[in-house]
Design a protein around this ligand. Structure first.
Ligand code: ADP
Ligand code: MG
Length: 287
């Protein structure tokens, strides 16, 4: 197999004393779109943050390799320059800073984009038009009073501006309105078409996946990847939920709402997935 663009190798990570990820292996090839699904609290966002180098999390084991280079020791700014991009599940609000200034500051950190002065203006105008977004956004304070959908749109604007090698897109739990969903779909399509873009999409919103051709799907439960498959796994989860992976409730003890219809056998070996998850949890606890 050709060397993966991104390879996550045996990654364990904690927040403070709390272990969250337990030995994650994941390889994403250039130009591929991967989807990461799993119940609330599984550790999906944490994986995105750890790949990006968020210092809130400590990677206690394993390595993150981008284009053959081990970037495990790099900080988030260095990883951004290497071509990683993470859209946050909950983007920060920055009062006093107009979106335009924020975008300029980002671009200034990426001289390779060659987007100074007029070229910056032109490129921003192009993207706004492409995404059907009003230029009024540029004068508003960054994310202040923006709806979840609007924040997502701003992130898509950043995605098309930065053209990263790998975009990790973390969807909001609350779900997006149809308008925002369209913008996200359009932006993803443009990113893929224009840059042979590579995507790790974290979601439990299967609607967004209807417009997207997916190469691989990964399922995370309690900090372990318990299943991997092609796009058909998404439909399967849509119908049967995550119980087939041995979870009836999320990490906070809330019941997961999908009901598993006994008449409909899951398309893959649920018992094996459960055994795998249990063994992995035991192994982690024994450490
Ligand atoms: P998901 O995105 O799959 O819903 P998260 O990665 O957000 O899951 O969270 C996984 C688990 O790690 C949850 O129990 C969450 O409360 C915990 N967690 C995440 N970030 C932190 C943090 N900074 N400090 C403490 N616990 C955290
Ligand atoms: Mg999350």
């Amino acid at each position: 197999m050709e060397e993966a663009l991104l390879s996550v190798q045996g990654v364990c990570a904690s927040a403070g004393e709390k272990p969250i990820l337990h030995g994650i292996d994941l390889a994403i090839g250039k130009g591929e779109t991967h989807v990461l699904m799993g119940p609330n609290g599984a550790g999906k966002s944490t994986l995105g943050q750890v790949i990006m180098g968020n210092p809130t999390y400590t990677m206690t084991e394993g390595a993150i390799v981008l284009e053959g280079k081990d970037i495990s020791e790099e900080n988030a700014a260095e990883r951004s320059r290497d071509g990683l991009f993470l859209s946050f599940q909950a983007p920060v609000e920055v009062p006093g800073v107009p979106l335009r200034s924020f975008l300029r500051a980002i671009v200034a950190q990426h001289p390779e984009l060659n987007l100074k002065g007029k070229r910056f203006k032109k490129r921003i105008a192009e993207i706004l038009e492409q995404l059907n977004m009003s230029a009024d956004y540029l004068d508003r304070e960054l994310n202040v009073g923006f709806s979840g959908g609007e924040k997502k749109k701003i992130e898509m604007l950043q995605l098309l501006l930065l053209k990263p090698k790998l975009a990790i897109l973390d969807e909001t739990d609350s779900g997006l309105d149809v308008d925002a969903l369209n913008v996200v779909s359009k932006a993803i399509a443009a990113y893929r078409a224009e840059n042979d873009g590579t995507i790790l999409l974290i979601t439990h919103n299967t609607r967004i996946l209807e417009h997207l051709s997916v190469d691989r799907t990964h399922v995370m439960v309690k900090g372990h990847l318990v299943a991997e498959g092609d796009a058909s796994l998404i439909g399967d989860i849509d119908q049967h939920g995550f119980e087939q992976f041995g979870v009836a409730e999320d990490i906070e003890g809330n019941k997961i709402s999908h009901a598993l219809d006994e008449d409909e056998a899951p398309a893959f070996d649920a018992e094996a997935a459960l055994a795998h998850a249990e063994a992995a949890v035991k192994a982690a606890e024994a450490k």
